[in-house]
Structures are given as structure tokens and as C-alpha cells.
Ligand binder design. Structure first.
Ligand SMILES: C[S@@+](CC[C@H](N)C(=O)[O-])C[C@H]1O[C@@H](n2cnc3c(N)ncnc32)[C@H](O)[C@@H]1O
Length: 217
């Protein structure tokens, strides 16, 4: 994808999602895509490899949750894989500290290399398994905890509160939308409350997504 097409697709995708990004973000995302595709040719990081799909399914889907994340000083992305949604969010919110955790060493190695190549500060890639014991795992708590495609919602909500600072929130990016009643029920089981829930569609494929935010009762 050439520079002009990338810029055009990013602008129209952001506009469809109702999010705004600064002028530096496009070139940074292009560099991130180049790094991802270069690494992916050698080590399997993601099944999404067509540039148009990387832009939509990784980058724009990550940026779609900017409204839920903006204002946080720290973000913890559990099960970040090749860095989604944490890396694109960091590009738009550069003063936010971001920790990205994964059990797979090569994914964490990529996150670290990509952050270095982009000259990002305040990004930490952590090779660890999240099992609900942040101290023993060496995983820092954050104001906002986020995950995409990580665990089933009940398991995720069981694990998540341990990683959230007092007054913080849990952001769940869901491929399969839940009804309000289902979200309320899942939250109540874990002594959480639903702060917000919002459905959206990816701008080009029209694929359905949902983002739900939870806080401690
Ligand atoms: C389906 S991938 C999603 C990756 C990324 N969030 C995305 O949406 O592209 C799930 C990731 O979670 C990681 N993972 C699974 N269980 C984990 C755990 N307990 N702690 C940390 N990472 C875990 C896997 O290695 C995998 O990279």
C-alpha cells in the first residue's frame, strides 16, 4: 500500500469511527506495519498480513477504543500479541505509560523492537503469564486495563480486577457483542459494574465489534 493510500484509508477509517489522530500517527503506523510484516515473514506473530487488513483489523480496531482510554495515565494490555491494541493507542496518547504482556516470547520481542524502532518511551513489553497474581508475576497494575481477543468475558472479568489500580477501569474489546443484560450479569458475578458499552463496526469490512467498560462496585 503506498503512502497516499495508507493516509487516505487511515483518515477515512478514523472519520468513520469518530476518532481523531495527529499528523505524526500515520507515518508511525506505516512504520509499525513495515516492522510487523518484516517480522511476520520470519516468525508467526499474526494471521492478518494483507496491509489493508492490518490497517483495518489491527490499527483501526485498536484506535476505535480511544474514547474509552483517553485520559488514562497508565494502560496495561494483557495478552497483547503483536501489540494490539496497546501500541496504536500509545502512538495517539504518547504521554500514557503502556505495559504490554504476553506469554509468547517472540511476540514480546517484537513489541520491544517495534517500540524501539518507533522511538517510543514509556512502553514496556513484558514476557509473563497473567493468572491473577500481579505481584508474583511482576505485572504492574494500571489505571486502565485492556484486552482484545484474550479470554472469554467471564474468565477475563475474574482475572482483571487484580490488575487495576483503585478507581481504575477494565476495558474489554469483544468480537461477539453481548446484550446489556448479559454484560450486567457478567459484571455482577464478579462484583463489578458496567460503566459503558458501545457497539461499533470496522469501517471497511463492516465487521461488528463491542467495547465494554467495567469498574469495581
Ligand atoms: C488471540 S491473541 C490476541 C492478541 C492481541 N490482543 C490482538 O488482539 O491482536 C491472545 C494472546 O494472548 C496471549 N495469552 C494467552 N493467555 C495469556 C496469559 N494468561 N497471560 C498473558 N498472555 C496470554 C497469547 O499468547 C496470545 O498472544
Amino acid at each position: 500500500m503506498d503512502n497516499a493510500r495508507f493516509a487516505d484509508q487511515l483518515a477515512s477509517g478514523c472519520s468513520a469511527l469518530g476518532v481523531t489522530v495527529g499528523p505524526d500517527v500515520g507515518p508511525q503506523l506505516q512504520r509499525l506495519m513495515a516492522e510487523l510484516l518484516k517480522w511476520n515473514a520470519k516468525v508467526n506473530l499474526t494471521a492478518i498480513t494483507a496491509p489493508e487488513e492490518v490497517l483495518e483489523k489491527h490499527f483501526l480496531d485498536s484506535l476505535a477504543v480511544l474514547p474509552e482510554v483517553t485520559g488514562a495515565t497508565s494502560l496495561l494490555d494483557l495478552g497483547a500479541g503483536a501489540g494490539f491494541p496497546g501500541l496504536p493507542l500509545k502512538l495517539v496518547l504518547p504521554s500514557m505509560g503502556v505495559t504490554l504482556v504476553d506469554t509468547v516470547g517472540k511476540k514480546v520481542a517484537f513489541i520491544k523492537a517495534a517500540a524501539a524502532s518507533l522511538g517510543l518511551t514509556g512502553v514496556r513489553g513484558l514476557h509473563a503469564r497473567a493468572e491473577g497474581k500481579p505481584e508474583t508475576e511482576g505485572i504492574p497494575r494500571a489505571q486502565v486495563l485492556i484486552a482484545r481477543a484474550f479470554m472469554d468475558l467471564p474468565d477475563w472479568l475474574g482475572l482483571a480486577p487484580a490488575y487495576v489500580e483503585e478507581g481504575g477501569r477494565v476495558v474489554a474489546m469483544l468480537g461477539k457483542a453481548q446484550t446489556d443484560a448479559e454484560l450486567q450479569a457478567r459484571a455482577a458475578e464478579r462484583n463489578l459494574r458496567v460503566v459503558s458499552a458501545r457497539a461499533y463496526r470496522l469501517p471497511f469490512s463492516g465487521a461488528e465489534r463491542q467495547v465494554a467498560v467495567f469498574a469495581k462496585q
